[in-house]
Design a protein. Structure first.
Ligand SMILES: Nc1ncnc2c1ncn2[C@@H]1O[C@H](COP(=O)(O)OP(=O)(O)O)[C@@H](O)[C@H]1O
Ligand SMILES: [Mg+2]
Lengths: 251, 272
């Protein structure tokens, strides 16, 4: 079975004269992985996940999605590749003044022409999918509400639906629960796990809280100061590994 | 030992404050001097005191303006409508032309920074630094008398204010939604449409209302330089020494401005 995502020796500097944020990271995500990236804040987790869909341009290294080299793609091809990667954000990143259903449908924008998006002309099948997803995440009673009228947990569920309506080959999650209180956060992680299993999409997830990583992932890597510190099945993580990954933070 | 250091620090602080107070007093004195010199040179020297005459004469001059020219009232209808339409069309044209200016002059979305940003900011500054009367004079001399040069003058003026405030709002937006639209594979247009416009729309609409309100005032004086509306009627009354007529026109302007004020107040409330 070939890997869904293959990251090779990824390096990143935001600024030619600035510090190296990622110092050569490699790992691969298999088709049925719930793959966690853990590490203290400032380690470079968000930067790493943004390099995969090139919201941030890596300085060097390669990213293969289903054997296609994403780092080599031109602008249009990159947009097409991004359609295959659903992303869920820490701060939800919804269009606040737009309705819940329009936010979910915005996940289809990669397939909609500019002129059609101006008039929000989505396919009927997309609208049906959106409603189905909203039903699954438990927001079917809030379809026409504006996103800014929802609670944090509800907003993140809109974010989940928006990512899933892309019918992605990979889900990228950047600390999806860090803006939520712990109980809601766990619910949200549960929904993500259930739905990703249901559609059979692998998940790559940044998590700051170790407990979530241990509970939900089957494989994880630790990042500390831009360097990979651990790579293995979640079941094999030892307490000493965690201490090493988070040693900077303890100080 | 430590008390000695502390005492020294306290002395330093006191000295610094003394020095600051000295500087402050100097600045106040300077400001006072500037005011006095300005009054002296502009009001005292520059005013033709002989023509102002005695208090009684001033009252006499003012009294000429008391009263309303009833014959004029029926003739005011068309110029009032013209003034109003000039304000509406000038605002409309201005806020539409402002769109590309906003696009060019917001740092984070300008298509090609070294060129488009400079063009955008230049248009913005030009529009803002030239007074509407000067714009009106310019357009009257290029497209002739009437409401059309007035509309152009008002729109030129609105472009600058509109694009400045909105471009700044664009520069301050939350990049979260932009990232989200890029991440789903959206193109540049879609990023602007979904990531940026919803965030700045309230600012943009608020400013349209504000500009419309101001443009009604500006519109009322356009006629003084031949650009149509109530200003033209006002000018005619002045040259005919019809002082009651002047008062009548001024009242019409006040009513129009008042309507603008009330409408914009409720419109602004409605969008919040
Ligand atoms: N857009 C950016 N420009 C410059 N530096 C950045 C930017 N984003 C993040 N950084 C820096 O990169 C480092 C890693 O940040 P980040 O990837 O957000 O870490 P994490 O998600 O693990 O908390 C931090 O030192 C941060 O200051
Ligand atoms: Mg982060």
């Amino acid at each position: 079975m070939s890997a869904t995502l293959e990251v090779k020796n990824l390096k990143l500097k935001y600024n030619a004269f600035g510090p190296e944020i990622l110092k050569g990271i490699s790992f691969s995500v298999q088709p049925n992985d719930f793959f966690a990236i853990i590490g203290p804040s400032g380690a470079g987790k968000s930067s790493l996940i943004r390099c995969i869909n090139r919201l941030v341009e890596p300085t060097s290294g390669e990213v293969f999605l289903n054997n296609k080299n994403v780092t080599k793609l031109g602008r249009k091809e990159l947009r097409h590749a991004r359609r295959d990667m659903g992303m869920i954000f820490q701060e939800f990143n919804l269009v606040e003044r737009m309705s819940v259903i329009d936010n979910v449908l915005s996940g289809r924008l990669g397939y909609v022409s500019s002129i059609k998006s101006l008039f929000r002309l989505y396919l009927k099948s997309d609208i049906q999918d959106a409603l189905e997803l909203l039903n699954k995440v438990g927001l079917i009673d809030h379809v026409d509400k504006r996103a800014d009228q929802l609670s944090g947990g509800q907003r993140q569920r809109v974010g989940i639906a928006r990512a899933l309506i892309q019918k992605p080959k990979l889900l990228l999650l950047d600390e999806p629960t860090s803006s939520l209180d712990p109980k809601i956060g766990k619910e949200v992680m549960g929904i993500i796990r259930t739905l990703s299993k249901e559609v059979g999409v692998p998940v790559l997830c940044n998590i700051h809280h170790v407990e979530h990583a241990l509970e939900f992932s089957n494989r994880l890597i630790g990042i500390q100061d831009g360097v990979k510190e651990f790579d293995g099945p979640t079941s094999e993580v030892k307490k000493s590994d965690l201490e090493r990954i988070y040693e900077m933070e303890v100080l | 030992m430590t008390t000695a250091i502390l005492r020294k620090k306290a002395d330093d602080l006191v000295n610094r404050r003394k020095k600051n107070r000295l500087v402050q007093n100097f600045i106040y004195a300077l400001a006072g001097l500037i005011v006095i010199v300005s009054i002296q040179s502009t009001i005292i020297v520059d005013t033709d005191w002989d023509r102002i005459g005695s208090l009684a004469q001033i009252f006499k001059s003012v009294r000429r303006f008391v009263g309303i020219d009833t014959n004029l009232i029926t003739q005011l209808f068309i110029p009032t409508v013209e003034t109003f339409m000039m304000a509406c069309l000038g605002t409309l044209l201005g806020v539409i032309v402002a769109l590309p200016v906003i696009w060019f002059s917001a740092k984070n979305i300008t298509p090609f920074f070294p060129i488009t940003f400079v063009i955008g900011r230049a248009v913005m500054t030009l529009s803002r630094s030239v007074h509407e009367i000067v714009w009106a004079l310019l357009f009257v001399s290029t497209v002739g008398l009437g409401a059309f040069p007035g509309i152009l003058a008002l729109s030129m003026r609105s472009i600058g204010f509109m694009s400045k405030i909105t471009a700044e709002a664009v520069e301050d937006i939350d990049i979260g939604p932009i990232e989200a639209i890029r991440a789903v594979g959206g193109n540049r247009f879609q990023v602007i449409l979904f990531g940026i416009i919803p965030q700045v729309l309230p600012v943009y609409i608020g400013n349209i209302i504000f500009q419309w309100d101001i443009n009604i005032r500006r519109s009322a004086i356009m006629g003084l330089v031949g650009a149509g509306g109530l200003g033209l009627t006002l000018h005619r009354q002045l040259v005919m020494y019809n002082y009651a007529g002047v008062t009548t026109v001024v009242i019409a302007v006040l009513v129009l401005v008042g309507i603008g004020e009330v409408v914009s107040y409720y419109a602004r409330k409605a969008i919040i």
